[in-house]
Design a protein around this ligand. Structure first.
Ligand SMILES: Nc1ncnc2c1ncn2[C@@H]1O[C@H](COP(=O)(O)OP(=O)(O)OP(=O)(O)O)[C@@H](O)[C@H]1O
Ligand SMILES: [Mg+2]
Length: 370
């Protein structure tokens, strides 16, 4: 079909208008005097202002609270400076006053006449409200991953010289034994061992070992841990009592990892008791009927409960317990519970902690039955 030239130009203009209206980005154009000449649907939505209130008005009068926006467009218009995805906030207007703050990405370009003279400018506004939180979350995750790798790198580098220091301290210890100075070298060796343990934990945390799962007897694992716990508690006269459910089935898990978790719990309980305390280790088999805990996804589970009458935990500290490096102890690394949490999660289980400041703490670990 053929159109007369006049109709053709009209049709073309309509096409451009339609395209601009349908764009997913806000389009605002201004003339050489900074008056608004075009304002599409998306620009109306982002700013909360209808076209009838903006066309023909000065940009600074339409956006009195967004001076950055006027300044950028002025630079584009007067100096030909182009901005690409400049991120900022537009104050959205709502009926009756101010609405929300919309994060936007602004890209500008100049409008030229046939001779290449700037006669206006165009702003493209991209609404970042839904993209921003995703971006921030991924930046946070990247940073955490980087910190993990960084910490592991440092831990690895520090471990080697520590080995050297320990070896030298051992040699020195033999030489100074006769002079009665070995207590100092003993301190060096003890503290190096403590540092080494912390570094091992950091390396473990950053590079978890693969689970080596097999059917395991939880009571056997607990017996090993209680034996060690008794040794830790020797000086404090702490009684560790077993309350095992004899019908407890085998659990599919990594014995070494689970022993590590239970040891962390017993160690925490022993450390929370100043003198003459009691730690009760209970095991139970639970069904849907018993379990209404957060994290429970159905099916049978076993619970291992470590209950002490130690110092207890304040409400304020409760929410930080699983945060790596959170500790209230002078010589704690704050990795025990963080590491345990990860191991239990890898087993498809979860934790529950109840505590009464000054009265005691009960830590329960729930593990699915294979
Ligand atoms: N049974 C408990 N009674 C009282 N406080 C506890 C108990 N278990 C944990 N906590 C508190 O939680 C904190 C974190 O425990 P976590 O085991 O992660 O680290 P830590 O014991 O301080 O150091 P690490 O275990 O690495 O030697 C402890 O410092 C302590 O304040
Ligand atoms: Mg601990």
């Amino acid at each position: 079909m053929r159109f007369p030239i006049k109709d053709f130009v009209l049709k073309q203009t309509n096409i451009y208008e339609n395209i601009i209206e349908c764009l997913g980005q806000g389009v605002i154009s201004i003339d050489a005097c900074m008056s608004i000449t075009a304002y599409n649907n998306e620009a109306e939505r982002i700013s909360g202002l209808s076209r009838s209130l903006t066309i023909g008005k000065l940009l600074e009068d339409v956006f009195p609270n967004d001076s950055w926006f006027t300044e950028i467009l002025e630079k584009t218009l007067k100096q030909g400076m182009i901005f690409i995805e400049h991120e900022n906030i537009i104050c959205q207007r709502m009926a009756g006053g101010m609405g929300g703050a919309v994060p936007v990405g602004l890209t500008t370009s100049t409008v030229l006449d046939h001779n290449g003279i700037i006669i206006g400018a165009v702003a493209l506004l991209r609404d970042l409200s839904s993209i921003k939180p995703i971006k921030e979350e991924s930046v946070r995750k990247d940073r955490l991953a980087f910190l993990g790798t960084f910490a592991a790198g440092v831990a690895h580098e520090v471990k080697n010289p520590l080995g050297g220091i320990r070896g030298a301290a051992q040699l020195l210890s033999r030489k100074v034994k006769e002079k009665g100075l070995s207590e100092y070298t003993d301190i060096i060796i003890r503290e190096v061992d403590r540092l080494n343990k912390i570094l091992e934990e950091i390396l473990d945390f950053a590079n978890p070992r693969r689970l080596n799962t097999q059917p395991i007897n939880i009571h056997e694992a607990l017996d090993t841990v209680i034996l060690l716990g008794n040794r830790m508690a020797e000086e404090k006269t702490v009684n560790i009592i077993k309350g095992y459910d004899p019908s407890l089935p085998l659990v599919l898990g990594d014995k070494e990892h689970l022993v590590q978790v239970f040891l962390n719990l017993i160690k925490n309980s022993v450390e929370a008791i100043t003198k003459n305390g009691e730690i009760i280790v209970n095991t139970r088999i639970l069904t849907d009927f018993h379990l209404v805990e957060e994290g429970y996804k159905g099916g049978k589970m076993v619970s291992v409960e470590v209950k002490d009458n130690g110092s207890g935990i304040s409400n304020h500290d409760m929410e930080k317990l699983f945060t790596p490096f959170f500790t209230t102890k002078a010589k704690g690394s704050g990795l025990g519970l963080a590491l345990s949490f990860r191991i239990i999660k890898e087993h498809g289980g979860f934790f529950k902690i109840d505590s009464d400041k000054g009265k005691g703490t009960t830590v329960s670990v729930f593990l699915p039955i294979a």
